[in-house]
Design a binder for this molecule. Structure first.
Ligand SMILES: *Cc1c(COP(=O)(O)O)cnc(C)c1O
Length: 386
């Protein structure tokens, strides 16, 4: 039986041709393909500006810096995410804390966020930035989070690494409720550039800061300079930036991939619905659905309730792996990582996240997955529970 991965990129002949064209052009980086890709990402998410980065981790770092995060500040995120959602705050010298998830959405709980903000407003520990994560591609309840942002004065960086092209209240993710929305183009995600990421925003000043800090803090725009240009060669470094640029080779791959996005979303939706139906009778929880949100179905995460099923997560996971099915677990709660425990976080700090983790298994889901492959996954799962 061949191995079925949990996710896999799809590269077509036209993707390869698009990359080859850049390879024989004048610009491998800092050429015309990056702005073209940025325009496409902005248009897709109904945002005014997009700034491409070498990966989403770099995009999250610069998003925090552009919003002024530094030593003495607080950044809050969800424990159920990839570590990069929290590390970006630490890169800026800020302190990181977490808000437990809502077991219904698996995203940061708006209720807990609201309680924690109220308490922090009395104790003087309000966050500078909150990073809600659209786990598995399901958008967070952004209207409510934005209302809290307006009330308590924090900025929102929505980590939509999973959610390229997802929708909330009929609007694309990134269209304006968050101050900055971040996407990832890693090969396991919805659209790939090999490595890659982007920020979108509707704020022109933030967009300018993102672009400046992506590229060494250097500007050639005389309106941003501190002094008079010495000549047409002149540039100024006006901030401490990085080299977090995406290449034109990668941008061309991204543009080519975006042409198939609708078809890929439809395929993911079809496969997710098929899993929902095939798994209905098993003692496990399938991903939630909400009528006001359209998930991009980056991950299909089931939850096994040990109390109900006799079989625990580890047994189910090992049985699937033994059948050559590349299941995975998203995520080990970030606060349980040794690096975070050294900061004082403990088991029990975010109990809903820990309970979710104890039962979670990510089943394979990717556009090229066949019904036969999906039937094999369901068949193994069905036999585990008899
Ligand atoms: C993948 C991922 C990232 C990091 O993306 P890279 O492009 O690999 O740096 C950040 N946050 C979440 C939620 C992710 O899934």
């Amino acid at each position: 039986m061949s191995f079925i991965p949990y996710s896999r990129q799809e590269i077509t002949q036209s993707d390869i041709a698009a990359v080859e064209e850049v390879l024989s052009s004048d610009f491998l980086t800092q050429g015309p393909m990056v702005p073209k890709f940025e325009s496409a990402i902005a248009a897709l998410h109904d945002a005014q500006h997009a700034v491409a980065f070498s990966n989403a981790t770099a995009a999250l770092h610069i998003a925090c810096l552009a919003l002024g995060v530094g030593a003495g500040d607080m950044v809050w995120t969800s424990p159920i995410s990839f570590v990069a959602s929290a590390n970006c705050g630490l890169y800026c010298g800020a302190e990181v804390d977490f808000v437990d998830i809502d077991p219904k959405t698996r995203n940061m709980s708006v209720g807990y966020l609201s309680e924690k903000l109220e308490k922090a407003s009395q104790d003087g520990g309000l966050p500078k930035v909150v990073i809600p994560v659209d786990f598995s591609g399901l958008p967070c309840d952004m209207a409510k989070i934005r209302a809290l942002s307006d009330r308590y004065g924090f900025a929102i960086v929505e980590d939509a690494s999973h959610a390229v092209g997802a929708e909330y209240n009929g609007q694309p993710v990134g269209s304006g409720l968050a101050h900055i929305t971040v996407f990832s183009f890693h090969p396991v995600k919805i659209v790939t550039t090999g490595e890659g990421g982007a920020c979108v925003t509707n704020d022109p000043d933030l967009a300018a800061k993102l672009a400046l800090l992506r590229s060494h803090g250097i500007t050639r725009d005389s309106s941003m300079m501190r002094g008079e240009p010495h000549g047409s060669w002149y540039y100024e470094q006006i901030a401490l930036g990085f080299n977090y640029r995406l290449t034109d080779i990668q941008a061309a791959l991204g543009i080519s991939q975006l042409a198939r996005l609708t078809a890929q979303h439809e395929r993911r939706e079809l496969l997710a619905r098929r899993y929902d139906a095939l798994l209905e009778r098993l003692p496990l929880r399938t991903p939630p659905r909400f009528s006001d949100r359209k998930s991009s179905h980056h991950l299909y995460v089931i939850e096994i309730d040990e109390a109900q099923s006799r079989v625990n997560r580890e047994q189910a996971f090992e049985a699937l792996r033994a059948a050559n099915i590349g299941v995975n677990v998203h995520y080990i709660p970030i606060h349980l990582q040794p690096y975070y425990r050294e900061m004082g976080f403990r088991p029990g700090d975010f109990p809903i996240s820990e309970k979710f983790y104890a039962g979670a298994i990510t089943l394979p889901l990717f556009p090229a997955m066949t019904f036969a492959q999906q039937d094999r996954v369901v068949d193994v799962l069905s036999r585990i529970f008899v």
